[in-house]
Design a protein around this ligand. Structure first.
Ligand code: CMP
Length: 140
């Protein structure tokens, strides 16, 4: 089925100036960008976005990293978009990410791991709504 998923290019990858390289990977895989925005998250926004991880030991480092610089946020649309984006990203820990994946090619550590992608339909819906209003999505 055609799905939408929320993708974030994290501060490390924005700083490396590889937004275009990453967009190229999405497009080559048949995913369309139907909304996009650059934003420097506040601490409150980052804590809200990652609220599900609030009790995890890595929460504070994660939030600190996500507010260390601007991020690029986009909605990707396409057949099987949620799983496809996760395949393109590779494993959460770049040390375990397969060759040719974004995290293998652009990420350094499990915190500075270049990209985020929704993990399931319900979280995709919530995460898209966190950043975009319905009329900001351009179906195409
Ligand atoms: P992301 O997909 O953005 O979702 C939560 C983030 O927490 C994850 O990518 C990692 O960057 C970060 N993180 C740090 N440590 C861990 C860990 N042990 N397990 C999962 N995620 C972690």
């Amino acid at each position: 089925a055609v799905e939408r998923t929320l993708s974030i290019i994290k501060p490390d990858a924005v700083a490396k100036n590889v937004i275009g390289e990453i967009y190229n990977r999405f497009e080559k895989a048949g995913l369309k960008i139907v909304a996009a925005r650059m934003i420097h998250l506040s601490r409150e926004q980052a804590e809200g976005f990652y609220a599900v991880h609030k009790e995890r030991p890595f929460f504070n480092d994660l939030v600190g990293f996500m507010i260390s610089g601007p991020v690029m946020v986009q909605v990707l649309e396409g057949e099987n978009a949620i799983a496809k984006n996760r395949e393109i990203m590779g494993a959460t820990n770049p040390a375990e990410a397969a060759a040719g994946t974004l995290r293998h090619d652009y990420a350094e550590t499990i915190d500075a791991n270049a990209v985020h992608g929704s993990d399931a339909p319900e979280t995709a819906k919530q995460e898209i709504e966190f950043f975009f209003k319905a009329d900001e999505l351009c179906s195409r």
